[in-house]
Design a protein around this ligand. Structure first.
Ligand code: TYD
Length: 168
């Protein structure tokens, strides 16, 4: 069945100029890109993304990693891939969480490493399952930033919310 998944190219991927290689490898999946953008990750966004790991000893370092504080590259590339079995296909191409256990030809197997502090610098994030994909896509993207209608939307009025706009 067709489904969607969230991919992050993490700061180490950007720092090491791996974006092109990673996107080429992902294109082997024949999936479609439904959304893409560069994001400077706030503490709040990082904490929400890694909520499930809050109790882990490596949590603080993980937040620093995704925010680019370990690489001097404060950005990630965020993508939504859509198509048949998108979640498993991308997870397989990404490889195991631990780069030392990842298949040698997977993205994490090729480009990942374990730091001296024990963090898995595994270059890429990919949603684990449909529930996680939905949570993550809704966290990283607004409905209009994705070209397909992946989840139900509604119109809401937010009259007193200040937003930054282009100066006229
Ligand atoms: P997790 O959500 O468990 O794995 P995945 O990214 O494959 O879905 O972990 C999130 C990130 O936390 C993982 O990409 C790298 C880091 N991490 C470590 O550094 N050490 C660990 O022991 C684990 C489990 C994760």
């Amino acid at each position: 069945m067709k489904e969607q998944t969230l991919v992050l190219i993490k700061p180490d991927g950007l720092k090491k100029s791996l974006t092109g290689n990673i996107l080429t490898t992902l294109s082997e999946s024949r999936l479609e890109i439904a959304g893409a953008k560069v994001v400077k990750v706030s503490r709040r966004l990082a904490e929400k993304h890694y909520q499930h790991l809050k109790k882990k000893p490596f949590y603080e370092e993980l937040i620093r990693y995704i925010r680019g504080e370990l690489h001097g590259k404060k950005k990630v590339l965020v993508l939504v891939y859509y198509g048949e079995d998108a979640i498993d296909k991308v997870r397989e191409i990404a490889g195991a969480t631990n780069p030392e256990e990842a298949d040698a030809e997977s993205i994490r197997g090729k480009y990942g490493r374990i730091t001296t502090k024990g963090i898995f610098e595994n270059v890429i994030h990919a949603s684990k399952n449909r529930e996680e994909a939905e949570k993550e896509i809704k966290l990283w993207f607004k409905p209009d930033e994705i070209i397909f209608k992946l989840y139900p939307t509604e119109m809401v009025t937010r009259s007193k919310v200040k937003v930054k706009a282009w100066k006229r």
